[in-house]
Design a protein around this ligand. Sequence first.
Ligand code: HEC
Ligand code: HEC
Ligand code: HEC
Ligand code: HEC
Length: 162
Amino acid sequence: MSEGPLRHAKHVFRVVILLFVVVAAMVLGRGFFVPDSWGEYGWYRADAVADHRAPLARHAGDAACGECHDVQPERHVAGSHRNVKCELCHSVLSDHVVDGEVVAEMPVPESVELCSRCHRALNARPARFPQVNLKQHLAEFEVDLESDVCVACHDPHSPADL
Ligand code: HEC
Ligand code: HEC
Ligand code: HEC
Ligand code: HEC
């Protein structure tokens, strides 16, 4: 090849081979990186829909608790806390039960902070909402402010029953 019209063509062959390698790498790489379900419904990954549906539902609502507990739900639906969800005071169902099996203990929040979050007397609360000045309320009964003092008198599941 040192003589004749093709004597300089080896530069071109090198470029062509390089181009071929790059194209082959792209085709191969695409096979690796493009998800299987790409293009099933259009220009996105169709499996994304299933992925978004898959995460465990964390909240379940009061009825879910009623499948295993009966005392508290019965009192709860009849009492003034009927609109305060079980999971709001305790924790979400998935911290306690997954696939119908108990996986961990549910927190039992006895502290004054829980009740005062909603019932501490504040000017900003609507006047018709039941609220108490904690110190005065406890002084009325001559009891000290201890962490579980509110539930010593009020049933949290039906707090107007003492
Ligand atoms: C699949 C059945 C099941 C479901 C559903 C369930 N629990 Fe439980 N729960 C249990 C069992 C079993 C225990 C342990 C029994 C015991 O020690 O009293 C328990 C214990 C508890 C306790 C602790 C009791 C204690 O004295 O320490 C609380 C609080 C509780 N559950 C609240 C809830 C709430 C709120 C929900 C709904 C979000 C709920 N549970 C849903 C089965 C269930
Ligand atoms: C306003 C907050 C609040 C709501 C709403 C609430 N709980 Fe409770 N729950 C508590 C507190 C506080 C205790 C601890 C009571 C105690 O120590 O006397 C408790 C205790 C419990 C216990 C342990 C047994 C007992 O009675 O001491 C279970 C089980 C329970 N709750 C289930 C439920 C379920 C089911 C619901 C919904 C139907 C619910 N709770 C709604 C605050 C709440
Ligand atoms: C998430 C907010 C919330 C939390 C936390 C909460 N409550 Fe309540 N509570 C309410 C609501 C809402 C009502 C119903 C108010 C109404 O009927 O207008 C209520 C009603 C009451 C009542 C009845 C008042 C009446 O005049 O009928 C008492 C007593 C009470 N709660 C005490 C407690 C105690 C004790 C705790 C702590 C264990 C607590 N609450 C935690 C929201 C809450
Ligand atoms: C020694 C018992 C006792 C303790 C402890 C106690 N309460 Fe009460 N609470 C009562 C009684 C009785 C009533 C109803 C009569 C009244 O309003 O004084 C009441 C009423 C309430 C009301 C309704 C007020 C209204 O305007 O309708 C709320 C809210 C309340 N308590 C929250 C709490 C909170 C929060 C705690 C904890 C800091 C607590 N209570 C501790 C006995 C108690």
